[in-house]
Design a protein around this ligand. Structure first.
Ligand SMILES: *Cc1c(COP(=O)(O)O)cnc(C)c1O
Length: 421
């Protein structure tokens, strides 16, 4: 099946007389015929649902669909993108370990890495994703266990050179984890470029309709976890009578451990109803991404032609520093998110946003409806103009997430707002 078809058909195949649409299995528990079978479930020697903190048939179907879209061997849904990043890393780290991360990642992930992981005894070094390999190489330490990057990140909308990062990670026998939220598997499949684990905030394009916060971890099945660096995967887990994940589950060691150990202990598993809604979003993902990309490409070109605009960040523009990388990794489009800066700083950018009528002001991106945000007066409000510039945000920067409306309506809205400032 091609990816558009997988969006509709992967993960759930009704048998004769069964519901055409994925059912919502709204049940915390499952019924068994024998204590012997339950014993096998708890020993991880039989397959089946144990309890809806660990798995559920509705969520399972969505996990299988997302794994199929990314080309992975398995997936684990979580209640947010944040919990997906956290579990994805903690599944291979221990206190005392070190991680290398691209510095251009989602702000929430920066907080998780720089503040919260530190409390778990894990140190994260942030590197410039555009640096030469030798410079990134220098950040590796004997205790480095993972490399993390994001395909396209706010506000620079820089495209990550996945192959460069994969080569560096693999030369040091550690996996590359990619946050593929903005691209979705429709625009980029990081496993094809050497990534080992992919995570998503499904809250964004995958859900698409701003209905529920969620996340997912997808395992390529390609990383050799028994290379001596990952004792959590290759030595006995006492909480399952000494099971060794790499021995019992082979290629599925990582994603199995994430579920039966960390999800069991941390319990951030989505409800069946949330997974049902996510599945509805996934069914139209390919179609929606096409329109998001086409609209953003036209809007970015329009913005670039405006006298009031200082610069536009969109990797689909020929003028973008990331155009070549985008052609390689995102040949079918660069998603709907654009950032651009208005001449005249905070006040003029805020006035522009306040005059918008169709595009709504929201703390959200990657929605079917066009939305905007002014980082300097919201998410980065506490920073001085100088501090803003240091993190790549000019006082006049606006983040515009193009929806799937008719592009003429989006352009008309921008035009009337420009006319008023
Ligand atoms: C929103 C977002 C996250 C965090 O996801 P939540 O679902 O809000 O927890 C992580 N990465 C990226 C790229 C995001 O846009």
């Amino acid at each position: 099946m091609k990816i558009e078809t997988k969006c509709l058909h992967a993960g759930y195949e009704p048998k004769n007389g069964e519901p055409r649409v994925l059912p919502i299995y709204q049940s915390t528990t499952y019924k068994y015929d024998s204590t012997d079978f339950v014993g096998q479930l708890f020993d991880l020697t039989a397959e089946g649902h144990m309890y809806s903190r660990i798995s559920n048939p509705t969520v399972d179907a969505v996990e299988k669909k997302i794994a199929a879209l990314e080309g992975g061997i398995g997936a684990l849904c979580t209640t947010s993108g944040q919990s997906a990043s956290f579990i994805a890393l903690m599944n291979l780290l221990e206190s005392g370990d070190h991680v290398i991360s691209s510095s251009t990642i989602y702000g929430g992930t920066v907080n998780l890495f720089a503040i919260t992981l530190k409390k778990f005894g894990i140190e994260v070094t942030f590197v410039d994703p555009d640096a030469q390999p030798a410079e990134i190489e220098a950040a590796f330490r004997p205790n480095t266990k993972a490399v993390f990057g994001e395909i396209m990140a706010n506000p620079a909308m820089n495209v990550l050179d996945i192959e460069k990062f994969a080569k560096l990670a693999h030369a040091h026998d550690v996996p590359l984890l990619i946050d593929n939220t903005f691209a979705t598997p429709i625009l980029c499949r990081p496993f094809a470029w050497g990534a080992d684990i992919v995570i998503h905030s499904t809250t964004k394009y995958m859900d698409g309709h701003a209905l529920q916060v969620g996340g997912v971890i997808v395992d390529s099945g390609n990383f050799p976890w028994d290379n001596g660096k990952f004792p959590g995967l290759s030595t006995p887990d006492e909480s399952y009578h000494g099971i060794v994940y790499t021995e019992s589950f082979g290629k599925a060691a990582y994603i199995t451990k994430a579920r039966v150990q960390l999800m069991r202990d941390l319990g951030c598993y989505p409800a069946a109803h949330s997974a049902f809604l996510l599945n509805l979003g996934l069914e139209t993902l390919a179609l929606r991404m096409e329109r998001h990309c086409a609209n953003a490409q036209k809007v970015a070109a329009y913005l670039e032609s405006q006298e009031a605009v200082e610069f536009v960040n969109y990797p689909g523009l020929k003028s973008s520093k990331y155009y070549t990388l985008a052609q390689k990794y995102l040949p079918n489009g660069c998603c709907g998110v654009i950032s651009f800066s208005i001449k005249g700083g905070r006040e003029r950018a805020a006035a522009f946003i306040d005059h918008l009528q169709l595009a709504s002001l929201e703390v959200h991106v990657a929605d079917i409806r066009t939305c905007v945000l002014h980082p300097a007066s919201s998410t980065h409000r506490q920073l001085s103009d100088e501090q803003l510039v240091n993190c790549g945000i000019t006082p006049g920067l606006i983040r515009l997430s193009c929806g799937i409306e008719n592009v003429e309506d989006i352009l008309d809205d921008l035009k009337q707002a420009f006319a008023q400032i």
